[in-house]
Design a protein around this ligand. Structure first.
Ligand SMILES: NC(=O)c1ccc[n+]([C@@H]2O[C@H](COP(=O)([O-])OP(=O)(O)OC[C@H]3O[C@@H](n4cnc5c(N)ncnc54)[C@H](O)[C@@H]3O)[C@@H](O)[C@H]2O)c1
Length: 434
């Protein structure tokens, strides 16, 4: 058996450093981090301390890392949404295989260009659709393939983001604006589009969508609200008071969850004093009604697949828990589940209900429902076998991006139905014209 695959991490934030790098500790025989890039010195310092990467192989930018000759077998690209394609193109030219964070890009033309480049270079480009690598969705898909409900006819799915998570990421945080990151239906839900496509096991042909930014808007601010929570007369009473949320809230307060996500996004290595200071001056201390956010806070998508199978999907900020649900109905039964409960309920028509417990321990499925490590196992298995696509290769991923971006077009056009083949052709024509 060959030794570990060597890896360079481009972007050592929550994903690069906190979600993927720990794979080296768990599976040293599979992965060895040998280079990295990030403009934040404290992130590189942490990476070096934890994983023994040489100082001379830590670079302050993607450009400097990519200016070197190829330093590893694989590059993990975990920079922000709009940097992915530029970095991925350069890395493919250098001969790297890629683990690429989603979304590939909010620009469909760029997604298509990267797919073409991956084909030309013959390198593997695995996109981080981590849900396919969770025990929950893997078991669901397996049951459907075995014909547990006969021929699937409808799929109903929901993503419940949770009010505090939405405020953190999509009102105050990095993914609040379409122009600096992506529309919410792509950013948060390209995973869900990918899962619907995978469960349907056929191409999606049309989508239609409604949704808006309903609540986190200036007109919904209480008349006496200040721009920052620390200056606000409602401090301590408002649901979204940043001081309470990040210091003591049961979902995301430092006192309760410790120095973990999302507190460590507000400030690296958080302490109460460092947090208070960051909330006085940084983006996470702003009033949720007075931010510069513009992404939708709720959206619903209807989808038609090639055989006539229909699906409906809803994403909402306004939920207490952060979880996903799904229900598939078929000609012979129905299958449903809540990802947070890690069990599936199968009802074959005319027979008693079966509850399928997915909680049995299994090393491959640890962490984030198994998805973060699962996608790395899948990548290294793929490379060992000489393949290039795998379960979440670029070809499959681009389909989910076409679905999500068409849904966003529909939402902006008041719910008009979008034909996906025509939508993709339009992007191909635009690429050819530029
Ligand atoms: N697969 C998933 O389930 C999932 C979950 C969350 C986020 N994501 C995606 O992962 C990506 C990263 O998200 P994150 O939460 O880690 O964000 P993050 O902000 O924590 O990390 C991004 C990192 O990139 C670094 N960076 C900025 N400019 C750089 C440059 N020029 N060169 C190198 N590094 C640079 C930043 O300093 C930061 O450390 C995003 O595209 C996001 O959409 C995917």
């Amino acid at each position: 058996m060959r030794g570990p695959f060597t890896v360079a991490i481009c972007g050592c934030g929550s994903r690069g450093l906190d979600a993927y790098a720990p794979f080296q500790t768990a599976y040293p025989e599979k992965m060895k981090i040998v280079a990295a890039a990030d403009p934040r010195p404290e992130r590189l310092e942490k990476l070096r301390a934890l994983y023994g990467v040489a100082a001379e192989r830590c670079y302050p930018s993607d450009e400097e890392l990519l200016a070197q000759p190829r330093l590893a077998d694989v590059m993990i690209i975990a920079t922000m949404d709009r940097m992915h394609v530029k970095d991925a193109m350069a890395a493919l030219d250098k001969g790297y295989h890629l683990l690429l964070e989603k979304p590939i890009s909010p620009d469909l033309g760029e997604c298509l260009a990267l797919r073409e480049k991956a084909h030309e270079t013959g390198r593997a480009v695995v996109v981080c659709h981590v849900l396919r690598h969770t025990r929950f969705y893997a078991a669901l898909e397996d049951l459907l393939r075995q014909g547990a409900v006969g021929r699937p006819v409808t799929i109903e799915a929901s993503e419940n983001v949770a009010w505090w998570h939405f405020a953190h990421s999509f009102v105050r945080g990095n993914w609040r604006r379409r122009d600096t990151s992506s529309p919410m239906i792509l950013q948060k839900c390209c995973h869900d589009m990918d899962i619907l496509r995978w469960l349907a096991s056929e191409r999606c042909v049309k989508v239609q969508s409604f949704g808006s930014l309903d609540f986190f808007r200036p007109e919904n601010a209480p008349a006496d609200a200040a721009d920052r929570c620390c200056d606000c007369p409602r401090r301590g009473q408002c649901l979204y008071d940043a001081g309470t949320l990040y210091l003591s809230d049961p979902h995301c307060g430092l006192d309760v969850i410790g120095p973990n996500w999302p507190v460590d996004v507000v400030v690296t290595d958080p302490t109460p004093d460092k947090l208070r200071q960051a909330l006085r001056t940084g983006p996470y201390g702003r009033c949720v009604f007075r931010c510069d956010n513009d992404v939708a806070d709720h959206q619903t998508v209807n989808l038609l697949f090639a055989s006539g199978l229909t699906a409906s999907f809803t994403v909402s900020a306004f939920t207490e828990r952060c979880h996903r649900t799904v229900k598939v109905t078929g000609t012979l039964g129905e299958l449903s589940g809540d990802m947070a409960e890690t069990r599936l309920i199968l009802h074959r028509f005319g027979q008693p209900e079966e509850v399928i417990d997915l909680q049995k321990p299994d090393g491959r499925f640890s962490g984030h429902g198994g998805g973060d490590f699962g996608v790395l196992h899948s990548l290294f298995d793929l490379l060992a076998s000489g393949g290039t696509q795998g379960l979440t290769g670029i070809d499959a991923s681009v389909e989910s991006h076409v679905m999500a971006l068409a849904a966003e077009r529909s939402r902006q056009q008041g719910g008009q139905t979008i034909d996906l083949a025509a939508f993709e052709q339009e992007a191909i024509r635009q690429c050819a014209d530029t």
